[in-house]
Design a protein around this ligand. Structure first.
Ligand SMILES: NC(=O)c1ccc[n+]([C@@H]2O[C@H](COP(=O)([O-])OP(=O)(O)OC[C@H]3O[C@@H](n4cnc5c(N)ncnc54)[C@H](OP(=O)(O)O)[C@@H]3O)[C@@H](O)[C@H]2O)c1
Length: 250
């Protein structure tokens, strides 16, 4: 699955699934634009990319900031001259329920990063993807299709919106030869809970899967790359689940 001469933007590439995806795309020959806010973590991942492939472009940016979003696409085009794949992966968790009074704060933050930023960056990137007949992979979650625990409700809502946005984009862009898909992992061993300033206890119930395991970021990266590759020419508008059987319990 060579991505030689292809240009890929991976948002949220400083950690977890995005980091594994940036490294794997680099290994497959792509020029990768890595996006995140934590420069030190980005640089650490960039070194791992460079060790297996091309040196990536590091873009320190907040996807929810409109100027930063424009800079992500512009800098990628300025540096590499084209865009073939957009991986909308950056995401956060924040707890909040209706009765604890924190749902609105969580909703506003999560929707800005997990959904509005995806809509914005997709809009900015789309003309370049039309030119290259490229594709988009959105990183969703099984939380879009099942509620995990009440404090996750805004996160689940954002991912449900992301799944439907994926389908809408796929429908609009199909006639231009651009594919759009979502990958929906179940629990993956990353720092997402810690990175969101929360503790792991609230998620303990979420990691009970029929296969008795949680995924590793590299497994999700493998699937992202498969869906982004020419092997998947017929796949668009799909939400592809990789959850160790978690959805069987819904
Ligand atoms: N881990 C799981 O169990 C799981 C399951 C299903 C779906 N997912 C989804 O997978 C994606 C990646 O999550 P992960 O588990 O790999 O978590 P992670 O290790 O916390 O990575 C999240 C990434 O998003 C970036 N990010 C967050 N807010 C950002 C912002 N405003 N602007 C730019 N970058 C931002 C973070 O970078 P900086 O901190 O440097 O900004 C980091 O690189 C998310 O969309 C998540 O919802 C995760």
């Amino acid at each position: 699955m060579s991505f030689k001469n292809k240009v890929v933007i991976v948002t949220g590439a400083s950690s977890g699934i995005g980091a594994a995806t940036a490294i794997l795309f680099s290994k497959e020959g792509a020029n990768v634009a890595m996006v995140g806010r934590n420069e030190q973590k980005l640089n650490n991942v960039a070194k791992q990319c460079a060790a297996v492939g091309n040196t990536p472009l590091v873009i320190r940016a907040d996807v929810a900031n409109d100027n930063d979003a424009r800079r992500i696409v512009n800098d990628t085009l300025k540096t590499f001259g084209r865009l073939d794949v957009l991986v909308n992966n950056a995401g956060v968790v924040q707890y909040g329920t209706i009765l604890d009074g924190k749902v609105l704060e969580a909703y506003d933050k999560i929707m800005a990063i997990n959904l509005r930023a995806v809509v914005h960056i997709t809009m900015l990137a789309a003309p370049h993807l039309v030119n290259s007949k490229g594709n988009i992979v959105n990183v969703s979650s099984v939380a879009a299709q099942m509620h995990v625990t009440p404090p996750f409700m805004s996160y689940c809502t954002s991912k449900a919106g992301l799944d439907h946005f994926t389908r809408g984009c796929a429908l609009e862009l199909a006639e231009k030869g651009v594919r759009v898909n979502a990958i929906s992992p179940g629990p993956v061993e990353t720092d997402i809970i810690e990175n969101s300033g929360s503790t792991a206890e609230a998620t303990a119930a979420a990691v009970q899967t029929p296969l008795g395991r949680v995924s590793q970021s590299e497994e999700i990266a493998d699937l992202i790359i498969y869906v982004a590759s020419d092997k998947s020419v017929g796949i668009t508008g799909s939400v592809i689940v990789t959850d160790n059987g978690m959805m069987l319990k819904k």
